[in-house]
Design a protein around this ligand. Structure first.
Ligand SMILES: [Zn+2]
Length: 359
């Protein structure tokens, strides 16, 4: 099935900085409501779409499988309006200070265009000023307000700002912000179209980028038997700074990325095996995430209640946590095919033996 590239573009363009995912949630809600039996939003803002199993007479207790992707992206929050009408801000989630300079942003619900101000090079007197990027506390967003009063009429403290990036797809690639993790949200929407022989809870989570907060509660209510997390993960196959190792994995275009372990989880070995075998049988190229780096919602979901068997499948994306990244649409299609085939096998053959500590 062809990918709905327009939907990926809309998902990545929607603002959804951690703590204010309402616009992305609205868009996702519209899409999943016709595909699910019920949809609910919990107290933190996680959206969970339930789909009952395609029933087969005579089968025993049905399993509940959770698929999760996070809606939020890194961005900024307005913390203060200064007396001249400039906006002071804090970073929300992991953003390198160097990325902030001269960036176009959209502020608040009104999507007010602004720019993060930067001193032109010939105004910088000391060499050190050029070498060391200013911190977020030293920068301001300029919305063109001439006074504090004008700024106050347009923006309130606590409003979020996201990078202004138009999504574009060309030559099998998509360039966009927030590929981490709207790519996962897209795959999850597509998987909701299928009928599965187990009950499905599709969780679109909030506040992943600020410490996996939405995921901390999401697997306590529906009580899944096992879970798959769908992610956009950092590719490392581009020129690195001098001295760094080149050509690191995962690579964009190299197929979906399966996590063995990261800083938040040891993935369930049985589910990892299921994914790897499914990929081999279907001739889907795949790669492993470099162990020990980063963390995902899996870090919380596998610890819910008595423990949930959990695995992670990701699309490799270049330049995550930045105003624009790149991903291969072929990788998106392969990740979708891998998940679709793995879920089908899961329905046929039950859950493979395993557990995080068992190889
Ligand atoms: Zn992510």
């Amino acid at each position: 099935m062809a990918l709905d590239v327009k939907l990926i573009e809309r998902l990545t363009e929607a603002p959804g900085v951690s703590g204010d995912e309402s616009e992305v949630r609205k868009l996702i809600r519209e899409r999943v409501t016709p595909l699910a039996d019920s949809v609910r939003v919990d107290a933190l803002g996680n959206l969970i779409a339930f789909k009952k199993a395609r029933t087969r007479p005579g089968t025993g207790k049905r399993k509940l499988v959770m698929l999760a992707a996070h809606m939020d992206e890194v961005g900024l929050m307005v913390t203060h309006l200064d007396k001249s009408g400039y906006l002071r801000f804090d970073k929300v989630g992991g953003i390198d200070n160097r990325l902030l300079l001269a960036k176009r942003v959209l502020v608040g619900k009104k999507r007010l265009p602004g720019v993060i101000g930067v001193w032109p090079v010939h105004f910088l007197r000391r060499r050190t000023d050029r070498e060391k990027p200013p911190t977020a506390e030293e920068l301001t967003i300029d919305i063109g307000a001439a006074s504090l009063e004008e700024a106050q009429s347009l923006v309130s403290v606590g409003e979020h700002a996201c990078f202004e990036t138009r999504s574009e797809s060309r030559g099998g690639l998509i360039k966009a912000k927030a590929l981490d993790d709207r790519i996962g949200c897209y795959i999850l929407i597509e998987l909701l179209r299928d009928r599965h022989p187990f009950d499905l809870a599709a969780a679109f989570t909030v506040q992943e980028e600020v410490g996996l907060r939405g995921a901390s509660v999401v697997a306590h209510q529906p009580k899944p038997d096992l879970a798959f997390i769908l992610e956009g993960t950092g590719a490392a196959d581009f020129p690195q700074p001098k001295g760094a190792e080149q050509g690191r994995v995962p690579a964009m275009g190299g197929g979906p990325v399966i996590t063995l372990m990261d800083r938040s989880v040891f993935c369930d070995r049985g589910l990892v095996r299921l994914l790897e075998e499914t990929a081999r049988r279907n001739r889907i190229p795949f790669q492993h995430k470099r162990p020990g780096i980063g963390g995902t919602d899996a870090g919380r979901i596998h610890l819910a209640r008595g423990g949930v068997r959990t695995a992670v499948v990701a699309v490799p994306c270049r330049y995550i946590h930045a105003p624009a990244g790149l991903a291969s649409l072929k990788d998106v299609a392969s990740a979708l095919k891998l998940m679709r085939s793995a879920l089908r096998r899961l329905g046929r053959g039950g859950i493979p033996a395993g557990g995080a500590g068992q190889k």
